[in-house]
Design a protein around this ligand. Structure first.
Ligand code: ARG
Length: 471
């Protein structure tokens, strides 16, 4: 087949940057390089940035007040059209910035051509992404707070229910269920802290850095920063357009958060097995099997655990994307949005569904309590009893170990030994030993700061309730 002969272009190619080009971009390049299919999500923030920029240009007499008013009117119309779904995004216009600018110019004429004065898409995309992420992080922090609330309520309801505490997934010592749950509240509280640290460093405005070197036009970046709600301006214009640390910090905080969610999900999966039978998740939050009629699967928890891989991947993806880039902007950086958007969506969805599911979990406290006393879980209490009677800890540990072995050989629990039997291991043992071997007494006695006694867990609950109020 004969190739169609490309007609040379008469005048500039129809692109914002078309002036120096003689030929049209190939269709395959247009589709390979476009970002509008995903960055249209930034439209609100792009328009907010452009309105603040236009106002500043007028204040600085770089454009006239009338031109600024025309630009702002046009941008507001575009905003309404995008929100209403009637705006047509064009792939040949590459990205959200040029889609909006081109539409503005065709809508309002000459004034539209002035909106891009003293800025570049390099600083524009950087400011859009910061504004966007700031909003999303606030939502995510709110969702973490809701999850903490839900956990706190369950902890309060089960304040004195006992469960086996584990190390190496072997029964270790009896603990309060509320204590175990409060450990997650402690993690989530740190997660909220990480996101707010991240917000603090994100609170720096790159707009006005232009392509990389600043501008010779008399701009006033400070007033734009204030109007957009930023605490400060990027100090170095080259850094302003090159930096994606803020997105990386968000991805890193999200990776740690979802690691926590995944550990909780894993426990919910384990606890709902026939082997554990510690919890039952309501029918509304479980699914069945297409072949095994008896099954009730904890799919929501499994999927949260599963999505963790994606969130780690997104962090590694952006780290890898950035590692070899020379300063300043490189087109590679357009790929930053995909992992960021995916992490926002995934983390938001996981937090929301987990917040809904937690109140739908019934705890089998009878079974938890029964298993808490099994497996010689009060052996440490016995050793600490001996310590209170003056036996050095290492010796107490050794004596207790021998008692446990004796019980294993006879297939009995510690509490089933009688006093003379116990005293044959150490003469300091007296009748009061039986209190120490009872799981509820064991829990009550662990009243060191942060320990599992009801009084200490109540202190933890009060602490995190206060921390939530401060958010
Ligand atoms: N779509 C681009 C991005 O997301 C916007 C910046 C483009 N800048 C440029 N000089 N081509 O990174």
């Amino acid at each position: 087949m004969k190739k169609p002969v490309k007609k040379p272009v008469n005048g500039p190619v129809s692109k914002a940057w078309g002036g120096r080009f003689r030929e049209h971009t190939s269709a395959s390049v247009e589709s390979f390089t476009e970002s509008i299919s995903f960055d249209k999500r930034l439209w609100r923030h792009d328009i907010r940035g452009s309105i603040a920029h236009a106002r500043m240009l007028a204040r600085q007499r770089i454009i006239t007040p009338k031109e600024a008013a025309t630009i702002i009117r046009g941008l507001n119309e575009i905003s309404a059209e995008i929100a209403g779904g009637s705006f047509t995004f064009r792939r040949d216009l590459e990205d959200i910035h040029m889609n909006i600018e081109a539409n503005l110019t065709s809508r309002v004429g000459e004034a539209g051509k002035k909106v891009h004065t003293a800025r570049s898409r390099n600083d524009q995309v950087a400011v859009d992404l910061r504004l966007y992420l700031t909003d999303e992080i606030r939502t995510i922090s709110g969702l973490i707070g809701t999850l903490e609330e839900a956990m706190l309520l369950i902890a309060e309801r089960h304040i004195s229910d006992i469960m086996p505490g584990y190390t190496h997934l072997q029964r270790a010592q009896p603990v309060l269920l509320s204590h175990h749950l409060m450990a997650y509240v402690a993690m989530f509280d740190r997660d909220r802290g990480r996101f707010s640290d991240c917000l603090r460093r994100m609170d720096v405005m790159p707009l006005g850095a232009c392509a990389l070197a600043g501008t010779s036009l008399p701009t006033d970046r400070d007033s734009v920063a204030r109007e957009l709600g930023f605490g400060s301006m990027a100090m170095n214009s080259i850094d302003a357009v090159s930096d994606r640390d803020f997105a990386l910090e968000f991805l890193a905080a999200s990776a740690i958060l979802i690691m926590h969610l995944s550990r909780l999900a894993e426990e919910l999966v384990l606890w709902s097995t026939e082997e554990f039978r510690f919890i039952e998740i309501s029918d509304r939050f479980t699914t069945g099997s297409s072949i095994m009629p008896q099954k009730k699967n904890p799919d929501v928890a499994e999927l949260i655990r599963g999505k963790t891989g994606r969130i780690y991947g997104n962090l590694i993806s952006l780290l890898t994307l950035m590692k070899g880039l020379p300063l300043a902007y490189n087109r590679d950086m357009q790929e930053d949005k995909l992992p960021v958007f995916d992490t926002v969506d995934t983390v938001t969805a996981c937090l929301a569904i987990l917040g809904e599911m937690l109140p739908e979990i019934t705890f089998n406290t009878e079974r938890m309590k029964k298993t808490a006393g099994k497996g010689y879980s009060t052996a440490t209490d016995l050793a600490e009893y001996l310590v209170r009677k003056g036996v050095p800890f290492r010796e107490a540990h050794e004596i207790t170990g021998r008692i446990v072995r004796h019980c294993i050989d006879r297939n009995v629990g510690l509490e089933q030994l009688d006093l003379p039997e116990l005293r044959s291991f150490s003469p300091v043992i007296a009748r009061d030993i039986f209190g120490a071997l009872d799981p509820s007494e064991s829990v009550k006695a662990r009243n060191s700061f942060g320990g599992t006694s009801p009084a200490e867990v109540k202190r933890q609950i009060r602490h995190y309730r206060r921390a939530l109020k401060r958010k």
